[in-house]
Design a protein around this ligand. Structure first.
Ligand SMILES: [Zn+2]
Ligand SMILES: [Zn+2]
Length: 114
């Protein structure tokens, strides 16, 4: 299966959300808080699901920079100083997405635990 790549990335800084258009035509939407809470780095996720941190109180966190990593991921830095998350395209496209179609999945709702 060919990899789905971003064709456009738009960051709505004032409103606190990110939009990505994909090469398969899908348009994803993510709040900055959601991306921060879903950070996939080892520090946030741990090595097992039990070690994963519940990240709370990030409602006002904003993305400070977005850098492509190779052809497979984005490194997203946040203004709370956290910059170790590598967001793989496949995760962003299929699991992290908060669009109307995907926004009701368990992963997309995870921050409501806080
Ligand atoms: Zn992290
Ligand atoms: Zn989606």
């Amino acid at each position: 299966m060919p990899q789905t790549l971003p064709t456009a990335i738009r960051n709505y800084q004032a409103d606190g959300y990110l939009e990505i258009n994909w090469s398969d035509g899908h348009r994803s939407r993510y709040s900055h808080e959601h991306l921060r809470v879903q950070c996939p780095c080892a520090d946030c996720r741990g090595h097992t699901p039990e070690q994963a941190k519940v990240i709370c109180g990030k409602e006002n966190v904003r993305i400070s920079s977005i850098d492509p990593v190779g052809n497979y991921a984005l490194r997203i830095s946040f203004d709370d100083g956290h910059d170790t998350g590598l967001y793989e395209f496949s995760e962003l496209r299929h699991n992290t997405c908060q669009c109307d179609e995907h926004g009701t999945s368990d992963a997309a709702q995870e921050e409501t635990r806080c």
